[in-house]
Design a protein around this ligand. Structure first.
Ligand SMILES: O=C(O)c1ccccc1N[C@@H]1O[C@H](COP(=O)(O)O)[C@@H](O)[C@H]1O
Length: 199
């Protein structure tokens, strides 16, 4: 199970996620209580092992802004939320980085990974980063084909149940490993990774 911890902003939390065995770390470069500057992200990712994917998260910023922020931050993947046309992903191909298309499950009925040229599909709640769960079992009849991440209201307490219900390729969490909005708890990060990867 691929596990992404999103909304990181401190070296302590980055180290906890890496030590716990997270496969990807997310840094929010769009409007959010978790927003971080590209310069800070560059410092935080410098100590991250190569096998751990570092991901910059955006929501409907223009391609030129995304391209500049990604280069300044030094991350290894890009996650785009919002209503993007398929062309938005092709426009960023010159970065040579994996692209994650994040959309709400409600808007993505029948979607498969790769429909918009993305490398990973992320199915989220209607409001990303709000810690709101959705009915993961809805996907039971027709889960996406290919690599897709489940997100939205996950926590150490419910991630196992969510994996069994939705059978995703991976999971992504932000609010569920925080003590309050924007403040991560290293112990919750460790618990989440352990629970998600348990067999
Ligand atoms: O975390 C944010 O603040 C955020 C802001 C804008 C776009 C995406 C954001 N985070 C994404 O939200 C989900 C997880 O949310 P949660 O666990 O329900 O809080 C995940 O896709 C993050 O990458």
């Amino acid at each position: 199970m691929f596990v992404k911890i999103c909304g990181l902003s401190t070296a302590v939390d980055v180290a906890a996620a890496v030590a716990a065995g997270a496969d990807a770390l997310g840094f929010v470069l769009t409007e959010s209580p978790r927003r971080v500057e590209p310069g800070l992200v560059r410092e935080l990712v410098a100590a991250v092992p190569e096998e751990v994917l570092t991901v910059a998260v955006f929501r409907e910023e223009p391609a030129a802004y995304v391209r500049a922020a990604v280069r300044a931050a030094g991350v290894r993947a890009v996650q785009l939320h919002g209503n993007h046309p398929a062309g938005a992903f092709a426009e960023l191909a010159d970065l040579g980085l994996p692209l994650v298309r994040a959309t709400s499950a409600a808007k993505a009925a029948g979607a498969d990974c790769g429909d918009f040229g993305e490398d990973l599909l992320l199915l989220d709640a209607p409001v990303p980063g709000a810690g709101e769960p959705w009915d993961w079992a809805e996907l039971g009849a027709r889960p996406p084909a290919g690599k897709w991440l489940l997100a939205g209201g996950l926590s150490p307490a419910n991630v196992r149940e969510a994996i069994v219900a939705a059978n995703p390729w991976g999971v992504d969490v932000s609010s569920g490993v925080e003590v309050r909005r924007g403040v991560k708890d290293p112990d919750l990060i460790t618990e989440f990774v352990r629970a998600a990867k348990a067999r």
